[in-house]
Design a protein around this ligand. Structure first.
Ligand code: 5GP
Ligand code: ZN
Length: 133
C-alpha cells in the first residue's frame, strides 16, 4: 500500500529500530513505548487488520511473535509480557497495517498501557542490543 507507513518501514523506505527480520516478518521497537522494550511485529505483506489477514500470514506472524517474545524475555530481560492487537479506530488502532504489540512487563510494574514518547538515542541503543536472527 502506497500510503501505509508500516509498508514503508517493511520496505526499508522509512528507518526503524529493528529487532528481528526474516523474509516475511519484521519486528521493531515502538517509538512511543508503553514500557521499555515495547516491540511491534508485522507481516511484510499488507493487510489492514486481523479480519483481512489470511490464515497462512497469520500463522507466520504469530510464530514470529512467539519467537520475538521469547527473545525479549531473556534479552531485556522482562518478567512477563502482554500481546496487544487492535482492530478498528474504536479499538484504538491508529496504523491500518496488521501489527502485534509485545509489551514487556516488569515485576511490580503497574498496568500502564500509555504511550511514552521514546528517546531516539535510547531506542537505537536498545535495538542494537536486542537485535537477533
Ligand atoms: P495501534 O494503536 O495502531 O495498535 O498502534 C500503532 C503503534 O505504532 C503505536 O504504538 C505507535 O506508537 C506506533 N507507531 C506509529 N508510527 C510509528 C513509526 O513510524 N515507527 C514505529 N516504530 N512505531 C510507530
Ligand atoms: Zn501496510
Amino acid at each position: 500500500m502506497n500510503d501505509c507507513i508500516f509498508c514503508k518501514i517493511a520496505a526499508g523506505e522509512i528507518p526503524s529500530f529493528k529487532v528481528y527480520e526474516d523474509d516475511k516478518v519484521l519486528a521493531y521497537l515502538d517509538i512511543n513505548p508503553f514500557s521499555p522494550g515495547h516491540t511491534l511485529v508485522i507481516p511484510k505483506v499488507h493487510s489492514s487488520c486481523l479480519l483481512d489477514t489470511g490464515a497462512d500470514t497469520l500463522a507466520t506472524v504469530m510464530a514470529a511473535v512467539r519467537k520475538v517474545a521469547a527473545h525479549l524475555k531473556t534479552a531485556l530481560p522482562c518478567d512477563g509480557f502482554n500481546i496487544l492487537q487492535n482492530n478498528g479506530e474504536a479499538a484504538g488502532q491508529t496504523v491500518k497495517h496488521l501489527h502485534f504489540h509485545i509489551i514487556p512487563r516488569y515485576q511490580g510494574g503497574a498496568l500502564d498501557f500509555v504511550p511514552h514518547p521514546g528517546d531516539m538515542a535510547e531506542l537505537a541503543a536498545l535495538a542494537d542490543r536486542l537485535r537477533f536472527q
